[in-house]
Design a protein around this ligand. Structure first.
Ligand code: HEC
Length: 151
């Protein structure tokens, strides 16, 4: 057998072993792969989390500006000043360009903290970090129905 054939065979063997080894727990490595470049917010209630935990807080506190479906059409939307509109949080293109950390920061520390309008309030006096994470999970799951996508 020629040397390059030996090498080719061992590469094939190696690859198929990798595939084989991965098959048993395919989900875990995939998740880890993703979180290497971007840490997704850990579900607060691991296992039973459905994305609904942040719903009530979203409806009560965010929908007055952002609207119940997040389109930016809440009752206060037209009262924020010249040219200032609540962001359309149902825009999957926009929200999938935002990391969870970024959304967390805007919500916790307010629009000004990331250079947005101060009409977007800071919520750190109102919610715990865990509650803010739940609201963001609700936005991801039910409003934009999107995740962060690395470009
Ligand atoms: C008083 C109105 C108002 C309320 C209430 C409000 N927002 Fe906002 N929000 C805004 C405005 C206005 C902007 C856009 C700021 C800008 O254009 O510079 C914004 C922007 C955002 C963004 C940034 C989106 C992006 O482009 O990355 C997020 C996320 C957000 N709001 C989430 C929330 C959440 C969650 C709540 C409830 C906890 C909330 N907002 C409550 C007015 C509001």
């Amino acid at each position: 057998m020629k040397r390059y054939q030996v090498r080719a065979i061992s590469i094939v063997l190696c690859l198929s072993m990798m595939v084989f080894a991965n098959a048993g727990f395919a989900k875990e490595p995939l998740k880890k792969e993703r979180s290497r470049s971007h840490t997704e917010i850990d579900p607060v209630n691991t296992g039973t989390y459905t994305g609904e935990a942040g719903k009530d807080n979203f409806i009560a506190n965010c929908s007055p500006c952002h609207g119940e479906t997040g389109k930016g059409d809440g009752a206060l939307a037209d009262t924020l000043g010249e040219g200032v509109k609540p962001r359309n949080l149902s825009d999957a293109n926009l929200l999938s360009a935002r990391t969870d950390e970024f959304l967390f920061k805007v919500v916790k520390s307010g629009g000004v903290s990331v250079g947005f309008a101060d009409a977007m309030p800071s919520w750190q006096e109102t919610f715990t970090d865990a509650e803010i994470k739940q609201i963001i999970q609700y936005v991801r799951k039910s409003i934009c129905k999107c995740k962060y996508k690395d470009k």
